[in-house]
Design a protein around this ligand. Structure first.
Ligand code: CP
Ligand code: NVA
Length: 308
């Protein structure tokens, strides 16, 4: 019988809050949930959701994941709770952890989620900050594992902004020993501290490369991944970024230069004709909607490990 392992860290704020074994355990549990081979009961457990930014996938996949586990969720809308009126995080966190068993938060500054975690006595999950999107990275690597069956020899090329999604891919990729290449315009490289931490984990430092040339980066790649050029909170930079990212669209021509078996991933929402073409999203190599589904399965695994 497969059991969720108790995680060493109370919180999941960063991809690096899990060990390699913990990530693999979550994948195994997620896979068992997906194939209806496991039943974990989190009856009476409550997940509080705080979303300071918009969300479709993360919000709904957490709600459904918790429902499937027998628990419930409370959606704490910042505009109708005192959060939006500026109640200090340290007060909100101490109060919510007396009602809820776990709290998932989507916000801007990563330091804010660290502040929640500092004051909460219950686990805090990062549902996206400007720095990281670790739940997304779990679903991404589960999708890759389903396709290639292991991570050995898999080359993942991310084309676009060195943003939260790229940062978590790099860190989770380092834990799993996956070769990661990031192709971004000059000035849009991933966070330097994230890169430093990742290089410390990789035994073979050549497995992580940052380049400004998408065509070199896709040669030999098995996974092509992209995300929006302007993330939530960057609306005022949109015009400038659209210009800076010209030439970084995943289109048919770029896909042709990758491996024949290459799959396409995108965390969604996608802006067609910007970071990716409609043709590529709808192509037979796309695993984008399997990837979105996997958000729910890995989060069932994560919640089981945090609450069991
Ligand atoms: N990928 C993702 O996190 O989507 P949402 O913004 O819809 O939650
Ligand atoms: N980088 C994007 C991801 C959306 C899921 C953003 O932060 O808006």
């Amino acid at each position: 019988m497969l059991n969720p392992i108790k995680l060493a860290n109370k919180n999941f704020l960063s991809s690096l809050d899990l060990s390699t074994d913990e990530v693999l355990n979550i994948f195994e549990i997620a896979n068992n949930f997906k194939n209806k081979k496991i039943n974990i009961n989190l009856q009476n457990k409550v997940l509080g959701l705080i979303f300071d930014k918009s969300s479709t996938r993360t919000r709904v996949s957490f709600q459904v994941a918790m429902t499937r586990l027998g628990g419930t969720t409370i959606d704490l809308n910042p505009t109708t709770s005192q959060i939006g009126r500026g109640e200090p995080i340290k007060d909100t966190a101490r109060v919510l952890s007396r009602y809820c068993d776990v709290i998932a938060i989507r916000t801007f500054d990563h330091s804010d989620i660290e502040e929640y975690a500092k004051w909460s006595t219950k686990p805090v999950i990062n549902a996206l900050t400007d720095l990281e999107h670790p739940c997304q990275a779990l679903a991404d690597f589960l999708t890759i594992h389903e396709e290639f069956l292991d991570f050995k020899d898999v080359v993942l090329t991310f084309i676009g902004d060195g943003n939260n999604v790229a940062n978590s891919l790099i860190l989770c990729g380092a834990l799993l020993g996956v070769e990661i290449r990031i192709a971004c315009p000059k000035g849009y490289e991933p966070n330097s501290l994230v890169l430093k931490k990742a290089y410390e984990i990789y035994e073979n430092k050549d497995l992580l490369k940052i380049t400004n040339d998408p065509f070199t980066a896709v040669r030999g790649a098995n996974v092509l991944y992209t995300d929006v050029w302007s993330s939530m909170g960057e609306e005022s930079q949109k015009k400038e970024k659209d210009k800076d990212f010209l030439g970084f669209t995943i289109d048919h021509n770029l896909v042709r230069n990758a491996e024949k078996d290459a799959i396409i991933l995108h965390c969604l929402p996608a802006y067609r004709s910007k970071e990716i073409t409609d043709e590529v999203i709808e192509s037979k190599r796309s695993r984008i909607f399997e990837q979105a589904e996997n958000r729910m399965h890995v989060q069932q695994g994560l919640l089981s490990c945090l609450l069991s």
